[in-house]
Write a protein that binds this ligand. Structure first.
Ligand SMILES: [Zn+2]
Length: 78
C-alpha cells in the first residue's frame, strides 16, 4: 500500500513538472510573438515605390518615408 502511495506521488510530481514546463514554453512563444508583432508595427512604406522596410532603414523627409535617398530625391523631383 505504501508503494502505491509512492507511485501516486511520483505520478503527481511528473504531471506537475510537465504542466510547469508546458506553461514555460507557451510563455516563451507568446513573448516571441509579441516581439514579432512589435517588429511588424515598426515597418514603414516607401511613398515612392511602395516597398515595406524597417523604420530604422528608412529615409524620412518632409513627414514622408522613403526606402532610400535615391527615392527621396526622385519623389521630390516630381
Ligand atoms: Zn522606394
Amino acid at each position: 500500500m505504501g508503494r502505491l502511495l509512492f507511485f501516486a506521488l511520483i505520478a503527481v510530481l511528473v504531471f506537475w513538472a510537465l504542466r510547469t514546463y508546458v506553461r514555460g514554453v507557451k510563455k516563451r512563444q507568446e513573448a516571441q510573438q509579441h516581439t514579432l508583432s512589435v517588429e511588424g508595427e515598426d515597418m514603414v512604406r516607401c511613398v515612392h515605390c511602395g516597398v515595406h522596410l524597417p523604420r530604422s532603414e528608412s529615409v524620412m523627409a518632409g513627414g514622408e518615408i522613403f526606402c532610400s535617398d535615391e527615392h527621396r530625391r526622385l519623389h521630390a523631383g516630381q
